[in-house]
Design a protein. Structure first.
Length: 320
């Protein structure tokens, strides 16, 4: 299981906490959240190697779980090459292949080497960006990092207030602006503040926008350019928050946001809803984007570093 310390590139968890126990409890919540996907898969994965229709059922089950056609084709080809003799061997092989598919293109740690490290957070409306930022800021503080949270969503009237509440809960500094101000200027000011105050990390919130809104995507690209001009190598992470309940639409979001702002990783949220967890496999396989964070609820503990092995076990298992 990937701990927060490993995710943040540290040698040990902070004193006074039991991350291991919390992580085990979280895996149970993840498994419960993916129960619908897992049951849909395992109900269809009754497998008889002598049955010519078995592989068609496997393909249909994976596609219904939002794994996507390209990833499904590759998974089935590799499974067939293994020549499984039973349903148990099929499930075991699928777990291994899903895990491998989600780790092949990297992932690993959050990039925190710079001082300050700048994390740009993007996504469409309603994906959970603000809460994800608040939870991440809180975890960073738990591990001794000083954080500045920047409210570069200057369009939504309540955005400043909501993010400031989260920043206060997380013990982070807050940089906001007036309604309608230039979002890129807010990001610039936050980096200035972090340098002046000696803070370690800047997390920049942005306005939710549809990936099809060309003018707003261009504005997002401007924010990124201003950050890069202000601080060499920044943003060091660009996290796209994807609502897992959106299914294959999340793949298109990831593709277009990636073209606009060079997304480095995905935070997959709302797996506690009616999500089909296979979308994480599709994003990793088709776009080479690592899923870095996963959220299964509203509490601080419900945001955790992504672990491909435990995700594969939660998504695919013989016991349903």
């Amino acid at each position: 299981m990937t701990s927060w310390a490993e995710f943040l590139g540290e040698d040990a968890e902070p004193e006074g906490g039991d991350e291991g126990e919390g992580r085990r409890g979280w895996f149970g919540r993840l498994r419960e959240s993916l129960a619908g996907s897992r049951q849909a898969l395992t109900q269809e994965l009754f497998f008889n190697p002598a049955d010519s229709e078995s592989w068609e059922r496997v393909e249909e089950a994976l596609i219904r779980a939002d794994v996507g056609v390209p990833a499904t084709v590759e998974l089935v080809q590799k499974l067939e090459a293994r020549e499984p003799a039973s349903e148990g061997e099929l499930v075991e092989g699928l777990q291994e292949l899903v895990e491998g598919m989600m780790t092949a293109d990297g992932g690993g740690r959050l990039a925190l080497g710079a001082e300050p490290a700048v994390i740009l957070v993007v996504g469409v409306n309603g994906t959970g960006k603000t809460t994800t930022i608040g939870k991440l800021a809180s975890r960073l503080r738990d591990h001794g990092h000083s954080v500045v949270v920047a409210a570069a969503d200057t369009f939504r009237a309540a955005a400043d207030e909501q993010l400031e509440i989260w920043a206060d809960r997380a013990g982070a500094d807050f940089v906001g602006s007036t309604h309608g101000a230039d979002p890129a200027a807010v990001a610039f000011d936050a980096i200035e503040a972090a340098e002046a105050r000696g803070r370690d990390v800047v997390i920049v919130d942005t306005a939710g926008r549809l990936h099809t809104q060309t003018n707003l995507m261009e504005e997002l690209a401007k924010i990124r350019r201003v950050i890069a001009q202000r601080l060499d190598g920044a943003p060091h992470e660009t996290l796209l928050v994807v609502d897992a309940t959106t299914g294959q639409n999340g793949l298109q979001q990831a593709r277009l946001f990636g073209e606009a702002v060079q997304v480095s990783g995905v935070a997959l949220t709302k797996l506690d809803g009616s999500a089909k967890g296979g979308i994480a496999v599709a994003i990793a396989h088709e776009l080479g984007l690592p899923v870095k964070l996963v959220g299964v609820g509203e509490s601080l503990d419900d945001l955790q570093p992504f672990d491909a092995g435990e995700f594969a076990r939660a998504l695919v298992s013989a016991d349903g």
